[in-house]
Design a binder for this molecule. Sequence first.
Ligand code: ADP
Length: 594
Amino acid sequence: MDHAPALAAKPGGDLRLARRLIAENGRDYLGRYVIAALMMAVYAATTGASAWLMRDVVDGIFFAREERLIILVPLLMGGLFVLRGGANYVSTVLLAQIGNGIVARLQRRLFDKILALGTAFFDRTHSAELVTRMTHHALAVRDALEKIGNTIIRDLLTLMVLVAVMIWQSPLLSLAVFLIGPVAIFLVARLLRRIRHAADAEVRFVGQIGALLQETALGIRVVRAFTLEPVMRRKMETAIGEAEARANRVATQSARTAPIMESLAGLAVAGILLWTGYAVVNSDATPGAFVAFITAMLLAYEPAARLARFNAQLAGKMVGARMIYELLDEPAPAPTGGAPLAVPRGEIVFDRVAFRYRPEQRLFDALSFTAKAGETTALVGPSGAGKSTVIALIERFVEPAGGRILIDGTDIATVDVTSLRAQTALVSQDIRLFTGTVRDNIRYGRLDATDAEVEAAARDALADGFIRALPKGYDTEAGEQGAQLSGGQRQRIAIARALLRNARMVLLDEATSALDSDSEAKVQAAFDRLKAGRTTIVVAHRLSTVLAADKICVFSDGAVVEEGNHRALLAAGGVYARLYRLQFEPEARSQAAE
Ligand code: ADP
């Protein structure tokens, strides 16, 4: 699979990405972030206070035996925990809502981006890759945002408060803890770099699994017919195996931080106990202060550990953000603007057009031909001669490197793309139906068409009959591939869509696959109605199309080498005559035989 390089990740700073996420979205969520932060501050303060209160428990209740405190301290302690729980709830919900909001926004931006990208992008990017980015990676961003909020604000504040309590209760003991802390942080930090690499790789293999799955599902008939199951299974096995291995590596490496922290904490506790022995003996520290200190320290362990792990965990999650930004940063062809195109007649002229997909490719250097208004011009020639590219050039899916394409004398490079496309109706080889009903699928031709107009177009395209015979008629779900419909039926739906558009210019890329003769005749009849009175350029694969064309342009070696109608070209005995004998005559003979 060679789609990965299309969107290869550049390793970049996670914090830079996090900053960008926050810079782009933070302002709109500022209010909620502030409330969440306040709640986190309450959480931190109550945590600190509960540790502080331990001093009164020990000194006041156990030693001084103050009756007043027997009621007061439990009341306070209970209140603190209720407050702490409430604050945690509010801040957690708010953070989740902010995360969901930002994810939704990213998804909208991603889809807008995908709609804006040039067709070349889709030639080199697997659709499953886009699916993963829009779903899996977007959700990872939410996790990352929650993690950032929880760790950076809540844990940091809590840690600060607890450290303050510790210092207040016993500066001497605090010193011991703070000497050990940095060593732990240093050791943990060393692990982080490796985790990031492993996490990146894991995500890529997950993407490959999606791509393979999609290929298998869409191509299941080919897979079955050629008994490719073992091949597909092997490919999948590799992808899954790799993903598993990487996931395990990420797991081991991030779990490794925990025992390191654990051991260090144990060492710290031992050291502190030693130190305390001396301190208690040699100072006037009360037992209460000592208990409050230990409580604060134990409470501080969790947030401190989370802060230490923060980078590693963020690394895993930020891969998602990186993937999304790669796509968002993909250069989209700038909207060209320009005046709306006026098409009084619909004449299309190619004037020495040069084009190639890749620098080393030789396609067109100076392609010239004219498609007269209201006539049908058929493009014929060997496969790969560039016939479909002509249609892509007229629709401006790709832009010429030289020369001009004129419609009624106007260079289409200078006009507004939307107005250009509004005046053409395209029926491509790829007659995929979209999710939605059959009616919706036809209405994509012209969104403001009424139901009656949709049905009239279907009748014109000889599609009305079979559509009504579907389980729910026009309201039948067409589905991802329109599986219930035959190739010929889908073509007629595509023709109905084009008819509904009622554009002056029609661009047809005839399907190369043969239809049964009944379907063939109906599709042909539908084409005839679509072509009537319109300028039509058709990439011809069928005998009936070339016979009916007003003009045939014969493509060879990046140029039109012959022009004329069928009879004239056949009589000339040139390239077309040879091509005809090869490609179309067998069809003519088999039709005559029927
Ligand atoms: P035809 O329709 O005559 O069979 P095409 O216009 O589809 O020919 O293709 C012309 C040449 O351009 C072929 O060699 C084909 O491989 C190449 N080509 C077509 N589409 C693309 C694309 N999106 N990216 C790169 N090369 C392409």
